[in-house]
Design a binder for this molecule. Sequence first.
Ligand SMILES: Nc1ncnc2c1ncn2[C@@H]1O[C@H](COP(=O)(O)OP(=O)(O)O)[C@@H](O)[C@H]1O
Ligand SMILES: [Mg+2]
Length: 268
Amino acid sequence: MSTLPLLELRNVGKAYGTHRVLEGFNLAVRPGEIVSLIGPSGSGKTTALRCMNFLETYDQGEIWIDGQLLGYSGPGRTPADRDSPAQIDAVRRPLAMVFQQFNLWPHMTVRENVMAPLLLGKRLARAEAAAQADAALARVGMAAKAAAYPARLSGGQQQRVGIARALALKPRLMLLDEPTSALDPELVEEVLQVVRSLAEEGMTMVMVTHEMSFAAQISSQVVFMEAGRIVETGAPGPMFQAPATDRLRSFLAPWFNRSLVPRTEEVK
Ligand SMILES: Nc1ncnc2c1ncn2[C@@H]1O[C@H](COP(=O)(O)OP(=O)(O)O)[C@@H](O)[C@H]1O
Ligand SMILES: [Mg+2]
């Protein structure tokens, strides 16, 4: 492929104290690609995603965003080697994140929540921030709730606001950490529909998800992790239809076996 990656991780590692939770992680995300990170709980998916925009520091390897090294300017990876916060912010500017638990401020209206990073991070004027927030809210079908407080919204609506807050930053790449896993089952689809529409518009995304059929439909690349390492990666067709490893096969088994067949005999 000729296009340069928008995001590239080379041999990235991360330890919490002596516990190494990410090791030898390699990934290249080109413009328009949708990468799904899958794997059992505790396998390091959230850590990998948070390292991608330096919400967590990585201590091995390199992360490149649009040709710039994230977090460090030289070869050292100790806290003393880190770039200044301003430099880090500049490098990660093309990225925006959507959180599993929405992370909305309860004391702010929906519009104020979406405006906050525009005012504080991008230092836009209020009028411009409000206009950008309203456009992003309209994009996720939440314009009518701009003046509401998060507590008055369903979980699905709150997550759509979380997506709008990321979109308002006009990112070139979005990171989504299990955007539907905190939702009641009947609210999942409205959020997946928004993510699908972003995909159709060509938004580049890296998404941690347990929604396997959704991942199978929209991903250009699937990454299966276990114990901090990539076990298997590739296009969704081969990955989901003919896993190369026993570990991925057994991880996916519940989804293959989960057809909904109601009991036919009478309950006594
Ligand atoms: N802040 C932290 N301090 C110490 N250990 C952590 C921290 N965050 C995550 N971990 C550990 O790192 C490993 C990977 O966690 P995580 O990235 O959250 O996995 P996943 O998102 O795949 O469930 C787990 O063993 C978890 O307990
Ligand atoms: Mg996680």
